[in-house]
Design a binder for this molecule. Structure first.
Ligand code: TRP
Length: 361
């Protein structure tokens, strides 16, 4: 069996550094490894609508932003199929049948759903579409027979639930679906990059994100006002590196040659941390170092984005082509699913003949 990837993002705005270290960067590595037979990258607009049903224009405007972010980090439409979820009706149909295999209490126990419900303040008025999005996400993954899902750590419960649905389907009907596995970043700090305010998660809604498409001035401004150690007041004070967002970002972004290039007086990140902990190292110096490291990463991304921005119709063409190609694959899987569930009446000559015989007796 081949190795097939499916992964995706909700189009609710531009993508940020959290997306980048948590999954985008890894997708490009996997793409370039040549080890995968197919890579599908989904812009999950239908999923985004489950909690933005009242703001469809936001989703509509974000499709192109996400597509530009993909292309600018180096996702190559010749190597990957980029698709828009809502344009593949087979996914909705699959989700409808999978819904029979899932209980309400199992959905309510899904840790990702639980924390998202809490974050959105839904309380007891949870939209059914939102509560059931793990089922729809299972349809996304299984439609393409994906066995690898590169995603952030927060998606682990989603993939676990998808695996359960696959097992239940395969044992109830016949083994047509593939159990997926999640692939999360090896670098632990990359799994959940904190916001610039030091809060657990970088997110658009918290206003603590650095975007891939931010200008150098915006990046500089955001880093200079980043959360550090509130007790590190004088340069001479000893400082804490744990929970200090600047050092967490350094953990995620420092490269082997970063010190030699930008801060040769330190041998490595441990030496820099030791100095900070001892006292005598100011936040500004560390922040300026971080800005240089981030710029090294972001400058080429920004440049590529500007190139793609010059031909927006071409980007939509990429999405259309990808969606059309993906629909063919999803349709083939749906066909197998309906066969397995015995809802293939018109394709089944044996059924028609045996019924004819039964009624002629
Ligand atoms: N739920 C994912 C998120 O919130 C987005 C997503 C939709 C996804 N479909 C997917 C991720 C399929 C992996 C596989 O980020």
């Amino acid at each position: 069996m081949g190795k097939i990837i499916l992964t995706g993002d909700r189009p609710t705005g531009r993508l940020h550094l959290g997306h980048y270290v948590g999954s985008l960067k890894r997708r490009v590595e996997l793409q370039n490894s040549g080890e995968y037979d197919k890579i599908y990258i989904m812009i999950a607009d239908a999923q985004a609508l489950t909690d933005n049903w009242d703001n469809p224009e936001k989703i509509r405007q974000s499709i192109i932003e996400v597509a530009l972010d993909y292309l600018s980090v180096g996702i190559d439409p010749d190597k990957c199929t980029i698709l828009i979820q809502s344009q593949i009706p087979e996914l909705t149909e699959l989700a409808f049948y999978y819904a029979d295999l899932v209980t309400l209490s199992r959905l309510e126990r899904n840790p990702t759903v639980k924390s998202e419900v809490k974050m959105r303040g839904f309380n007891t008025s949870i939209p059914v579409g939102f509560l059931t999005y793990p089922i729809s996400q299972t349809a996304d993954i299984t439609a393409f027979k994906a066995n690898v899902v590169p995603a952030g750590e927060d998606q682990e419960p989603m993939i676990e639930q998808a695996r359960e649905i696959v097992r239940k389907f395969n044992s109830t009907y016949s083994p047509v679906l593939v159990e997926p596995e999640i692939s999360i970043p090896e670098n632990v700090t990359c799994r959940r990059l904190p916001g610039t305010d030091g809060k657990e998660k970088m997110s658009k809604s918290l206003g603590n994100a650095i975007y891939l498409s931010d200008t150098p001035e915006e990046v500089k401004k955001k880093v200079m006002s980043m959360y550090t150690d509130p007790d590190h007041i004088q340069v001479s004070d000893p400082g804490k590196v744990e929970g200090n967002a600047v050092f967490t970002y350094l953990d995620a972004f420092v490269k082997a040659d970063s010190f030699e290039k930008y801060l040769p007086e330190y041998e490595n990140l441990d030496a820099l941390k030791d100095h900070y902990k001892r006292g005598g190292l100011g936040d500004v110096k560390v922040k300026k170092f971080l800005i240089k490291i981030l710029e090294e990463e972001l400058a080429p991304i920004r440049e590529r984005r500007h190139e793609f921005e010059k031909d927006i119709p071409h980007v939509y063409e990429i999405l259309k082509k990808g969606s059309e190609e993906a629909e063919k694959v999803a349709a083939a899987t749906l066909h197998e699913v309906k066969d397995a569930m015995r809802i293939n009446y018109f394709d089944d000559m044996e059924l028609i003949h045996s019924q004819a015989e039964k009624f002629s007796r």
